[in-house]
Design a protein around this ligand. Structure first.
Ligand code: UD1
Ligand code: UDP
Length: 380
């Protein structure tokens, strides 16, 4: 049996890797192993619970207000034991977190092959997003197989000199969405059942990025306050990330504003179904930029750049930046100008067709001689 160990630790990695762990488990020639670093604790456990995945190994590294060096060094030390215990032939890491980089580096130290899921995203700005841009560049250097969501992602890797074992698979987040979104979904969070989705415009907000800490986050939160205070036709729902830095800023600048619902992080199925019912998404999240277009919801990105240009090109995502007036103006337009809204609110799927996990598993089987042909590339 080929022993494939998936390593992840944060909420978004878990949402995008759980479907793959299950797909690999369905292949007769593969032993699908799962090692979580638990860089996130509660937010990770919530995802494992939604997808019904039980890790074989849990490094349990999270501490409050953890530092980048702290996460990386604890992951590295923990991974020594995990590799010894689970003896993988291939280690899969996802995306661009500190868990991703440490997982790939540890695989290299143990001379185990690395597969990088969600490979090839770039801004070419070392400090934005921070530290994610360098995490993914370094991970690409360590990887033996690169699973790129889009053709553009593969182009980026080719330009950097990576020429072998590049696969265009689509993003596994679309596979995840297919299992969570239901038309007749009933929320277990009562506030969400009670929201006036038809009578008012429900704005779904998230914000957590490290490069937005400080002044940018303050500007974003004050913009949200201004919108909520001035628009009676809006309800703003914000599941607040558990990072104490984020929670303090939200308490200082947004709490108490009218028509604002500050709630705890939602389980992934609740979040996806809320997104499917909302009017507009405002976010600095990577995952939301991929999910909302698939659900036909416009996105204003609360950042200066994005490594996900495909939905911007398709017209469903716009960069709003981190200046208060710009965010207010762009949101106002989508609230008041029906044709501007309709132009953005179209379901587009540049990030996948829901078969990314199948392609990744096929590519692994092919590389290890378990199937004669590689998978067809995903074409958007
Ligand atoms: C991390 C990733 C980021 C990703 C984000 C997704 C790094 C450096 N950053 O950022 O790329 O976009 O996850 O959300 O890898 N906390 C809890 N419980 C939890 C999760 C977090 O209490 O379940 C608190 C802890 O105090 C923790 C802090 O949040 O120290 C920050 O978590 P951390 O993983 O360091 O950074 P994120 O901003 O979540
Ligand atoms: N998400 C969730 N509950 C929440 C907020 C987000 O399940 O309260 C999901 C969201 O739908 C997406 C992922 O978490 O699938 C994005 O994670 P996050 O924004 O933390 O990280 P990023 O994608 O920016 O790395």
């Amino acid at each position: 049996m080929l022993r494939v160990m998936s390593v992840f630790g944060t909420r978004p990695e878990a949402i995008k890797m759980c479907p793959l762990v299950k797909e690999l488990a369905s292949r007769p020639g593969i032993a699908s192993l799962c090692c979580v670093t638990a860089q996130h604790r509660q937010m990770l456990d919530s995802v494992l619970n939604v997808f019904g995945v039980q890790p074989d190994c849990d490094l349990n590294i999270m501490t409050p207000r953890q530092t980048l060096s702290g996460i990386t060094s604890k992951c590295l030390l923990g991974m020594d034991e995990a590799v010894e215990q689970l003896k993988p032939d291939l280690i899969l890491v996802h995306g661009d977190t500190s868990t991703t980089f440490a997982g790939a580096l540890s695989a290299f130290y143990h001379q185990v092959a690395v597969g990088h899921v969600e490979a090839g995203l770039r801004t070419y700005d070392k400090f934005s997003p921070f530290p994610e841009e360098m995490n993914r560049v370094l991970t690409s250097s360590l990887a033996d197989m690169h699973f790129c969501p889009t053709a553009g992602n593969r182009e980026n890797l080719i330009k950097e000199g990576h020429t072998r074992d590049l696969f265009i698979t689509g993003n596994t987040v679309i596979d995840a969405l297919k299992t969570t979104v239901r038309e007749d979904y009933h929320f277990s969070t009562e506030t969400l059942n009670a929201l006036p989705y038809n009578e008012k415009k429900v704005l779904l907000v998230t914000c957590h990025r490290r490069e937005n800490y400080g002044e940018p986050m303050k500007n974003i939160l004050l913009a949200l306050r201004q919108i909520a205070e001035s628009r009676q036709d809006v309800e703003l729902v914000y599941p607040v990330h558990l990072s104490p830095v984020v929670r303090e800023a939200v308490d200082q600048y947004l709490r108490g504003a009218p028509r604002v619902h500050l709630i705890d992080p939602l389980p992934a199925d609740e979040m996806h179904n809320l997104m499917a019912r909302c009017y507009l998404v405002l976010t600095d999240s990577g995952g939301l930029q991929e999910e909302a277009p698939a659900l036909g919801k416009p996105v204003l990105v609360l950042r200066r750049e994005t490594e996900r240009p495909e939905a911007v090109a398709a017209g469903t995502v716009k960069l709003a930046g981190v200046v208060q007036d710009d965010i207010v103006t762009m949101t106002e337009r989508l609230l008041s100008d029906r044709s501007a809204y309709e132009a953005m609110a179209r379901a587009v799927n540049p990030y996948g067709d829901g078969n990314a996990c199948r392609r990744i598993a096929d590519a692994i089987e092919w590389r290890y001689g378990l199937r004669p042909d590689p998978p067809e590339d995903y074409l958007a």
